[in-house]
Design a protein around this ligand. Structure first.
Ligand SMILES: NC(=O)c1ccc[n+]([C@@H]2O[C@H](COP(=O)([O-])OP(=O)(O)OC[C@H]3O[C@@H](n4cnc5c(N)ncnc54)[C@H](OP(=O)(O)O)[C@@H]3O)[C@@H](O)[C@H]2O)c1
Length: 228
């Protein structure tokens, strides 16, 4: 069987290294083009890439999308800390190529985002999101907390207090959603036990994305199908 050739932007970063390890144990994919900040772009090699995976920084996004569009190559992007400018770029390029962006590539968080829809039934409760991450994390609150907040506000149809963000130690990522009334507290909680969970989700997303049409996708679409 022909292996899926993966181009990896941010290959020497924490997530990049994790993705390389995950792909080493995956017989369907290979890391064909690892690309770091100081590497010279090789357009000829890029032509043979089947799918790009990008875990780098917001400033890389424009070049990643532009170069991928030139070769009609799908892009899985896990970078966080995007402003409206980068989100617009994702939308714009998704008209030309399949683009999957998720602030959290874990399957558990994809299910958690779906579960938030059920909170519509108790929309009169008070809600608060809290997140904890390692002390090297650059963005605050996390991209995951921002996505959870957007989905929660949509579900309960009201504006909510901003997520609380705690930074410390080596925590890979904890997200809690408190739903509170005078009589009860309901807590949804997700803990990432290692970085591999995000890397495995990204590689699963890449294998899925190579079969999709142009469009903007999220990790939840891999599990539940494209959201209307
Ligand atoms: N979606 C998810 O599930 C998920 C999970 C974990 C992390 N993340 C996000 O993924 C991103 C990377 O996280 P990380 O922990 O791996 O960070 P990291 O260790 O700092 O790695 C980022 C890597 O990308 C490289 N890079 C930065 N700008 C680049 C550019 N313009 N072109 C090419 N390479 C570039 C960096 O090189 P230099 O060191 O030379 O700058 C570094 O090697 C962050 O935004 C983080 O929040 C997402």
């Amino acid at each position: 069987m022909k292996k899926i050739k993966v181009g990896l932007v941010g290959s020497s970063g924490r997530m990049g290294k994790e993705i390389i390890q995950v792909i080493e144990n995956n017989s369907r994919c290979e890391v064909f083009y690892p690309f770091g900040r100081n590497d010279k772009w090789d357009a000829k090699k890029a032509k043979s890439v089947d799918v790009w995976i990008d875990f780098s920084s917001p400033d890389a996004l424009k070049d990643v999308l532009k170069r991928a569009a030139e070769t009609k190559t799908p892009v899985v992007c896990g970078t966080t800390g995007f402003s409206k400018k980068e989100k617009d770029l994702l939308e714009q390029y998704a008209k030309k190529i399949p683009v999957l962006w998720s602030s959290n590539m874990s399957l558990g968080v994809a299910v958690l985002n779906e579960a938030l829809k059920s909170l519509a039934a108790i929309s009169h409760f008070d809600f608060q999101i809290e997140e904890i991450h390692h002390n090297r994390k650059k963005d605050k609150p996390s991209g995951t907390a921002i996505t959870l907040q957007e989905n929660l506000e949509k579900a309960v149809d009201k504006k909510l207090p901003a997520p609380l963000a705690i930074r410390g130690g080596g925590v890979f990522g904890v997200h809690k959603i408190y739903s509170m009334s005078d009589e009860e507290v309901l807590t949804f909680e997700h803990s990432a036990l290692n970085r591999t969970v995000f890397a495995k989700g990204a590689v699963q997303a890449a294998e899925w994305l190579v079969k999709q049409k142009p469009g903007l996708y999220q990790i939840r679409d891999v599990l539940f199908g494209k959201q209307k």
